[in-house]
Design a protein around this ligand. Structure first.
Ligand code: KG4
Ligand code: ZN
Length: 346
């Protein structure tokens, strides 16, 4: 059994967890959502300052909650890429400091690999190969996990990612930040069939996603409604529900088509947008119709957390894949290049 303390600070959550293989021993998530909400989105400089203020408390709490002693912790895992550079560097510095003080190996983890590993926490019997629908603030990807550490991107984000589209549409409807949960709440009172929006299909690239056209179409519809506002109310709930329905249908049909073409029996759906109830319900129905297996992490593991980073880190440490103190935070990195984070075998 491999136990790691993991740190995740790639965006606006200061998160620290202790994980033993696929079991969570502690999981601290300090969200900065309220701080960024007044700006309508994450302000990188403010995010980095807040990580700095919170990280020591989060480490102490996660360590205490785990009930373990430092000698029972085998390594320190940290999100190395991709993300906001100032935020990543706070977590990286904290992780390197812990490795020096406690003489533990350092394991850099790719943030998207972390999201994929939230599925292993949800279902510890899960084994690759499987198809992963990874939908977050920065990504709407279909990734084939062939084996541990081996990823092939089958579909990628062309422009706005799914979460980004939720955030932008929420802003234009005046629903606040973060957009996903705000749209989901308002959509409950709306008609998902009220408006027909484009699903962002790209000819010859059936698994890529493009949501900027959808966002523009929602904007045009809202402007049209605004122009008529003296005769009728703007149907915010109907627009939100129709937008959410379009994204949920686009992503779930793409994922099923891809799994069938590549002959994959299991689909896992991870990342912040995988918390969305419309997406969960469409995907569940389609998976049942095609007799496939579906793994969803619980909502708390869909959005950013350190337990998923710890689960991926424990896997790498067990395989002898460790980083060294030259490990750098990088704002961009493809998941298929994540093997570059490891220098040596222990
Ligand atoms: O995975 P995540 O926490 O951070 C990134 O790595 O990007 O995802 C954040 C994104 C935001 O765009 C947020 O609006 C979206 O996930 N999100 C949702 C829901 N909860 C969070 N989107 C749709 N429905 C939700 N319930
Ligand atoms: Zn994330």
């Amino acid at each position: 059994m491999v136990t790691v303390l993991a740190i995740e600070t790639s965006c606006d959550e200061t998160a620290v967890a202790v994980v033993s293989d696929r079991q969570i021993l502690s999981n601290i998530i300090t969200s900065q959502i309220k701080i960024h909400a007044e700006f309508g989105g994450v302000v990188p400089e403010i995010a980095a300052r807040n990580h700095l203020e919170t990280i020591n408390f989060a480490i102490a709490q996660a360590y205490q909650d785990s009930g373990l002693d430092w000698h029972q912790i085998d390594g320190i895992a940290v999100t190395a890429a991709p993300g906001l550079i100032g935020s990543l560097m706070i977590g990286m510095t904290a992780a390197k400091t812990l490795t020096l003080i406690h003489r533990k190996p350092l394991i850099g983890v790719h943030h998207l690999e972390g999201h994929i590993f939230s599925a292993f926490l949800a279902d510890p019997t899960l084994e690759p190969p499987f198809l992963c629908l990874l939908v977050s603030g920065g990504h709407s990807s279909l990734i084939l996990m062939q084996d541990y550490g081996k990823y092939q991107i089958l579909g990628k984000t062309r422009d706005d990612a799914a979460g980004e589209a939720f955030d932008k549409v929420a802003r234009l409807l005046g629903l606040g930040y973060p957009g996903g949960p705000a749209i989901e709440k308002v959509a409950k009172g709306g008609n998902p069939k009220a408006f027909k929006f484009p699903q962002g299909v790209i000819p010859n690239f059936p698994y890529d996603s493009s949501f900027s056209g959808l966002k523009t179409s929602v904007l045009r519809q809202t402007e049209k409604c605004q122009a008529q506002k003296f005769t009728q109310e703007i149907p915010v709930a109907d627009i939100a529900a129709s937008f959410q329905e379009t994204v949920a249908l686009a992503l779930s049909t793409r994922a099923i088509k891809c799994a069938l073409e590549y002959n994959l029996q299991t689909i896992v759906a991870v990342g912040g947008v995988a918390a969305n109830s419309a997406l969960r319900s469409h995907l569940t129905k389609l998976v049942q119709a095609h007799n496939l297996r579906l793994v969803f992490p619980p909502l708390i593991l869909c959005t950013d957390n350190a337990a998923m980073i710890g689960c991926a880190g424990a896997m790498h440490l067990e395989r002898g894949e460790i980083s060294d103190l030259s490990l750098r935070s990088l704002s961009r990195m493809d998941i298929s290049d994540s093997h570059n984070l490891y220098k040596s075998t222990s």
